[in-house]
Write a protein that binds this ligand. Structure first.
Ligand SMILES: [Zn+2]
Length: 140
């Protein structure tokens, strides 16, 4: 494992030099790695749930509490995976300038075309969308 790590580390260093300009590509691959880790965790949770259900059916042991815990854990992982995937697609989509609608790389602070500040998004009034979240009042 350590040898492989060394190899990977070396490759990564080379890659990070090669893609220094495209930080978002690095970010995306980092996120993809996270996603696959979460995926692996989900697989093992599914397996655990399966085992618990199997045991319950087979031996009559009441595993419902444990199953509930696993399902809760799994739900958390699903949320996490969704967040990671949303981030990935956000990065891929880039940031659209509010002023000139030029598409800039995700991490840009200023629009490369008109120089507008991209980090200060105007609050978009989303109306007619039934899923309003009252907690989201980040106005100052
Ligand atoms: Zn612009």
């Amino acid at each position: 494992m350590s040898k492989l790590d060394e190899l990977l580390f070396g490759a990564k260093q080379v890659a990070s030099i090669a893609t220094r300009k495209t930080g978002e590509a690095v970010e995306v691959s980092k996120l993809k790695m996270q996603a696959s880790q979460v995926n692996a965790m989900m697989q093992s949770t599914y397996e655990r749930i399966g085992n618990l259900v199997y045991e319950q059916e087979k031996t009559g042991t009441d595993n419902s509490d444990l199953i509930a815990v696993c399902i809760k854990e799994q739900d958390g992982l699903i949320v996490e995976l969704n967040e990671i995937n949303t981030k990935i697609s956000d990065i891929k989509r880039g940031v659209t300038c509010q002023r000139c609608s030029a598409v800039n790389p995700y991490e840009s602070t200023y629009c490369s075309k008109c120089g507008a500040n991209l980090k200060k998004p105007k609050t978009q009034p989303q109306k007619g969308d039934g899923t309003s979240n009252p907690e989201d009042s980040t106005e100052e």
